[in-house]
Design a protein around this ligand. Structure first.
Ligand code: MN
Length: 416
């Protein structure tokens, strides 16, 4: 639903918001931050290079209550913030002390995440990874019927900018496993989905109502230890190969801000099965997708030492999701499982169909067989200590102001 908050002519009195790649006044994502010298986290909205602090203190030091409140209060807050931040607003002189310089503030994981589920809806990723193991039959037969996912670990989700240690674990060897630092550390470029209002246990969310349960979006990097994962994943799926760290961008980009960038999901290839009725809805088929450019960049110690910029390692788009976010929510709750405010869903790696869109190193280097060459003279098969991966997103559409998500950045520290 488009309204006056999407007006491309609207300008903010915060000068840096004009033409800002991520946070023009049309975006207004919410986050949890601590200003310099501050103690308890505060709620704020990103505007240009600044953070506008909300008057309301976050209950319990988290944004869970705001997530739980749902669409009505979220729209009301967006309208109020839009008014306060629009050029000419009397709030400018009255409330200017509430404006903080963003790069001086510390961002936090914005909510207490009760449960985290990671899906596998990036069909090009599923196909490319499947090909490494099964060249003739890359996609398993269930893929086009059921949105595949697994339950991830909420405790190790970290905000952008927080470094993490290379995991240690069982690594497969010809003579039997050894225990040591992961040798095939990888990243995964994903979209994160914040759950808003939940559902009672035993009361599934119908597909046509799924949108009411989604409060926002972020970028998500599902760091993956491919060697640990390969050895442990059968028969119960990912475990310690994934649970050591997951990075997210700290700003919750709302469905309202993303409204102009909704689109029809890409048509299913000829001959694909139609989804079962509980996963079929005309509105979702008309506008359940998002046109969001997704990128991953790699900054190695060698590039940094030579003053070279990060190297782009993936150029993809959220349109390459085989299942929509609404289908993910409907399917997740279809057995009666209750979702709660502050739960986080990952889309799964969203790779594009071509090589430059491969959104994990597993795909881009063909399991390490074809190293990536960098301007620093370095090469990479998998991530090395000191490497930093930066995810970025941009939603664009002619006639509207582009918005972004802010960075999801994470650096690998040496194993303990
Ligand atoms: Mn993943």
């Amino acid at each position: 639903m488009l309204d006056a908050t999407h007006d491309p002519a609207r300008r903010s009195w915060v000068e840096s918001a004009q033409g800002h790649a991520d946070f023009p006044i049309q975006n207004l994502p919410l986050g949890l931050f601590t200003p310099p010298g501050g103690h308890a986290p505060r709620a704020g909205v990103a505007i240009g290079n600044a953070i506008w602090e909300l008057e309301e203190a976050p209950a319990d030091g988290t944004l869970n209550a705001w997530l739980a409140a749902g669409e009505g209060p979220r729209r009301a807050l967006r309208a109020r913030l839009m008014e306060e931040l629009t050029a000419g607003s009397p709030a400018q002189s009255r409330l200017a002390p509430r404006l903080h310089q963003a790069d001086a503030c510390r961002m936090h994981v914005p909510a207490r995440i009760g449960d985290y589920t990671d899906f596998y809806v990036g069909i090009h990723h599923a196909t490319a990874v499947g090909k490494l193991f099964r060249p003739d039959n890359p996609l398993l037969p269930n893929y086009k019927h059921v949105p595949i996912g697994y339950h991830g670990r909420a405790s190790s989700i970290i905000a952008s900018g927080t470094p993490f240690r290379r995991p240690r674990g069982q690594l497969p060897r010809a003579g039997g496993p050894v225990f040591g630092p992961c040798e095939k550390l990888d990243y995964e470029l994903e979209l994160g989905i914040w759950i808003g209002p939940g559902n009672a246990q035993g009361a599934p969310i119908p597909l046509e109502e799924a949108g009411r349960h989604i409060a926002g979006f972020c970028l998500l990097n599902d760091w993956s230890a491919r060697d640990i994962q390969a050895w442990e994943y059968q028969p119960l799926g990912p475990f310690l190969g994934k649970s050591f760290a997951t990075s997210i961008s700290p700003w919750i980009v709302t469905p309202e801000a993303l409204a102009p960038f909704r689109t029809a999901p890409l048509p299913r290839p000829e001959g694909d099965p139609a989804p079962l009725p509980y996963l079929t809805d005309a509105t979702d088929q008309a506008q359940g997708g998002f046109d969001i450019a997704l990128e991953a960049w790699l900054l190695t110690p060698g590039l940094a030492a030579q003053g070279l910029p990060p190297h782009r390692i993936a150029d993809s788009n959220a349109r390459h999701m085989y299942w929509t976010v609404a289908q993910m929510v409907a399917h997740h709750s279809s057995n009666g499982c209750n979702l709660n405010p502050g739960d986080l869903l990952g889309s799964g790696t969203i790779s594009g169909p071509e090589r430059d869109g491969y959104a994990s190193l597993l795909e881009a280097t063909q399991g390490g067989a074809q190293p990536m060459h960098l301007a620093s003279g370095e090469e990479r098969r998998f991530l090395e200590d000191g490497d930093e991966v930066i995810l970025r997103a941009q939603a664009r559409r002619a006639g509207f102001v582009s918005i972004g998500f802010g960075e999801c950045r994470g650096r690998v520290l040496a194993a303990v």
